[in-house]
Design a protein around this ligand. Structure first.
Ligand code: RIB
Length: 305
């Protein structure tokens, strides 16, 4: 039976434009293209886990609007269990995304329905949490909901992953003891630790501070520099596979979903990190959030090549 991953988090409709460069404050630029693409960190991680071999349930909220229907249909098309996806009055979450010619992006999110994923809503789906091998959360839903899921995941004895994205400030101190794997990128690791993170050495310092705060293990994703894994006993650098980047949107989500799927299926931490890295590398070679996420056979073919 496939391993079971439960994602508690956001769904956004991404309104994506490509432009030569990102606009400066007060500036208007001509875009080169426009697309609406299913996204949101929670939904992207759910899709990544499902395409990469896990059985996935999503706990989240969509609006009672056309985007809500599309976001739900996108998950159902991946055979993701949506019994805990609640439709609420109002608009679905949206993300305004500009991608530049260097494949970098800038994103503004408007929470919409994601803001209505309260602890009470999640508590109503406790049987879904109970069925999980691995639970994943991010920070695009209310903080008290994330805190609730971490605590409940720990009570239930589940493996709990927090991808603290987006993060601009430290996490509540009492969250750390409920987190098995904390997976920030460089800027999030910096916001959480209060240290600059711009090199392997500085990432190692930040990771040890986050472990001292109580996190079980820390994986800092460093884009083309790979990932730094700190277990509390040792630190290891995993270089990233080299690819030609087209769009980095959802690369972090693909790593998290792939890592979770691999870990839940019984792979070692090192194998799960390498698996997530290959999946993330493949995702940056394609445009968009969910359309860019590779399948298990894509990852296997890349590893064999
Ligand atoms: O991580 C990428 C995601 O961030 C996008 O899909 C967008 O919706 C924002 O949530």
């Amino acid at each position: 039976m496939p391993a079971k991953v439960v994602v508690v988090g956001s769904l956004n409709m991404d309104l994506v434009t490509r432009a030569q460069r990102l606009p400066r404050a007060g500036e208007t630029l001509h875009g080169e293209s426009f697309a609406t693409v299913s996204g949101g960190k929670g939904a992207n991680q759910a899709v990544a886990s499902a395409r990469l071999g896990a059985q996935v349930s999503m706990i989240g909220c969509v609006g009672e609007d056309a985007y809500g229907e599309q976001l739900r249909a996108a998950l159902q098309a991946e055979q993701i269990d949506c019994q805990a996806l609640t439709s609420v009055e109002g608009s679905s979450g949206v993300a305004l995304i500009v991608v530049d010619d260097n494949s970098q992006n800038a994103i503004v999110i408007v929470a919409g329905a994601n803001g209505l994923l309260t602890p009470d809503v999640v508590a109503g789906f406790d049987t879904v949490l109970m069925a999980a091998d691995v639970i994943i959360c991010q920070l695009e839903v209310p903080m008290q909901t994330v805190g609730y899921v971490l605590t409940r995941g720990r009570e239930l004895g589940k493996t709990v992953i927090l991808n603290p994205a987006p993060a601009t400030s430290p996490l509540p101190a009492d969250w750390y003891s409920s987190i098995d794997y904390l997976i920030p990128n460089e800027s999030e690791a910096s916001a959480l630790s209060g240290l600059p993170v711009d090199s392997l050495e500085s990432a190692e310092l930040a990771a040890s501070r986050l472990i001292a705060a109580g996190a079980g293990k820390v994986i800092i994703t460093l884009g083309p520099q790979g990932s730094l894994f700190a277990s509390g006993q040792s630190v290891e650098h995993f270089p990233a596979p080299k690819v030609k980047a087209v769009d980095t949107t959802a690369a972090g989500d693909t790593f998290v979903g792939g890592f979770a799927a691999a870990l839940a299926s019984g792979k070692s931490e090192a194998e799960a990190i390498r698996f997530g890295q290959v999946a993330a590398a493949l995702s940056v070679t394609r445009a968009g959030a969910q359309p860019s996420i590779p399948s298990l056979s894509d990852v296997q073919a890349f590893k064999a090549s």
